[in-house]
Design a binder for this molecule. Structure first.
Ligand SMILES: [Zn+2]
Length: 527
């Protein structure tokens, strides 16, 4: 049809337009493909109302620096296990996981969402739990958490079929691109031979990486019932690198009253939100600035359990860290642990509070303790505000990528670009000031992150430390076993630097650790 029009244009007007190849007509409609796949994989509605889906899986998690690990752009994997339960009738999804980190710390927690009322995370066998009940994100939370189950994704794709179209057809599979019910664009790949859902891919803005592609692949489908199939393997790739690879040990449909996770969740219900040491943003809490001594300001609870310091010098302000949330890569698309906000939101709030506290001086620089999402993900906001970036020489490439690369946010720095001013710290950097001189110190050989820096304020014998200690309000409970390896390192580092601080300000947990906490650390080292 197209070709004929072009030819007639040639003959009647006397100009010739090169004929273009017509788009290949897809051989099947998106709806037919989706329905075929739903017929094989099943749908949420295929699970009988008295049953829940349970599974356990074992695998590995990439711990490169972009994912809160030690070195940038590496594939260092650590063990990860999960057990979960999906209850479509009660609209509940619960995932219990155990994560072992490269720095020797671990996290064992259970995340539960019930649509549309609440979402929470509980430390299993630990002292903390947080939960949110916020209409701002709850409805989407359930969707993002359950899309990892092809059986749930198929139900959504059937609803959304009119918003999908065929983009490519390859032997054995078809890619459909369209819009999910929560508004994001995604591409799904359906096998034409087994009619399985093979993958889903989308772009997401990750605070440490900028805009990158994420792909979930499902394989090794096995029947749980004649009309329901479960993928016994899945893997997630972020920006072309493997992020997680999991294999299920078992998956089955069990009666609700026989489900271990349903029983555990009701035995240990989500508690009231607590301040520490959960690392999640709680929209109901508000940040507070306190003056620790003239010119030294502590900003607590920028989100739950996250605190920063900023220091007023004679002619400028120096801030420490550029906070953002964490991307929750186990959701589709990745949500943010600071829900409902863009990667720059926490740091914008931080900058606003600095300006309210010290209205007459510019923000001269921001010191990054290390390039993890929660400490550096808001960096673009500081650069947009004209601040120099002081960070480890080992963080330079990551910083450059974040400042110069694409982001989805369309933030201040993309509308008003500014060049990056970077000052790298090898071992030590001293910032002179008559009242509040600052020493920025490398922490060589630390287990947490190769670019980790500490900030020492000699005038008040204080140290700001990130991620090595998680102070509890009661020094007798400190340090928690989950962080004893990093806490030990911190003590030996203090000793090697001959620093015996009066106070340690901590990014996580309680904001201040005093002499009693240091004494607890020393006891930990006594065998
Ligand atoms: Zn960290």
């Amino acid at each position: 049809m197209f070709r004929r029009c072009v030819l007639s244009l040639c003959s009647s007007v006397g100009i010739c337009i090169q004929p273009q190849p017509a788009l290949a007509q897809p051989s099947v409609t998106p709806r037919a493909l989706i329905e075929q796949a739903a017929g094989a994989v099943g749908r949420l509605e295929s699970i009988p109302p008295e049953f829940v889906l349970e599974w356990t899986a074992k695998g590995v998690l990439n711990q490169s620096a972009e994912h809160q690990g030690r070195h940038p752009a590496t594939n260092e994997f650590t063990p990860f296990t999960e057990a979960g339960m999906l209850d479509p009738e009660r609209r509940t999804v619960s995932i219990e996981y155990h994560e072992q980190r490269l720095d020797g710390s671990w996290e064992h927690a259970r995340e539960t969402a019930t649509y549309p009322d609440r979402w929470g995370i509980t430390g299993v066998g630990e002292h903390w739990s947080v939960h949110f009940e916020s209409p701002r994100f709850e409805a989407e939370k359930w969707r993002r958490m359950v899309r990892r189950f092809p059986v749930a994704l198929m139900s959504e794709l059937i609803e959304q079929a009119p918003a999908f179209s065929v983009v490519t057809e390859a032997p054995g599979s078809v890619h459909l691109r369209g819009v999910l019910s929560t508004g994001e664009t995604a591409t799904v790949e359906i096998s034409t031979t087994g009619a399985h859902l093979l993958s889903i891919r989308y772009q997401t803005d990750i605070p440490t990486l900028g805009l990158v592609g994420v792909v979930w692949r499902f394989s090794d489908y096995r029947p749980l019932r004649p009309d329901i199939q479960f993928p016994f393997r899945y893997e997630v790739e972020v920006d072309g690198r493997p992020y997680i690879r999991m294999e299920s040990e078992q998956a089955s449909l069990v009666r609700r009253e026989e489900s271990r996770l349903v029983a555990d969740a009701s035995r240990q219900p989500l508690g009231e939100p607590r301040a520490a040491p959960a690392n999640f943003f709680d929209p109901s809490r508000s940040a507070r600035v306190s003056t620790e001594r003239p010119g030294v300001f502590l900003l607590t609870s920028l989100r739950t359990g996250f605190h920063v310091l900023f220091i007023e010098l004679q002619d400028r302000v120096i801030a420490i860290d550029a906070p953002a949330g964490y991307p929750l890569l186990r959701e589709i698309p990745a949500g943010d642990a600071a829900p409902g906000v863009d990667p720059g939101a926490l740091t914008r709030r931080y900058i606003q509070l600095i300006r309210e506290t010290v209205p007459d001086k510019p923000i001269g620089a921001v010191i990054l303790t290390h390039f993890h999402s929660d400490h550096a993900g808001g960096l673009r906001e500081f650069v947009a505000a004209g601040a120099e970036v002081i960070a480890s020489v080992r963080a330079r490439e990551s910083v450059e990528r974040l400042i110069n690369g694409p982001t989805a946010a369309g933030d201040e720095l993309s509308t008003h670009p500014r060049p990056l001013r970077f000052r790298g710290v090898e071992d030590r950097l001293t910032i002179d000031d008559p009242v509040n001189p600052i020493e920025v110190l490398a922490m060589p050989g630390n287990p947490h992150s190769e670019d980790l820096l500490a900030v020492h304020l000699p005038s008040c014998n204080a140290v700001y430390a990130a991620d090595l200690i998680y102070p509890t309000p009661d020094a007798a409970e400190f340090p928690s076993p989950a962080h004893s390896v990093t806490a030990r390192y911190f003590l030996s580092w203090l000793e090697s630097m001959r620093i015996d601080p009066e106070i340690v300000y901590s990014s996580h947990g309680s904001p201040r650790a005093g002499r009693e906490h240091i004494a607890s650390l020393r006891r930990l080292r006594v065998p």
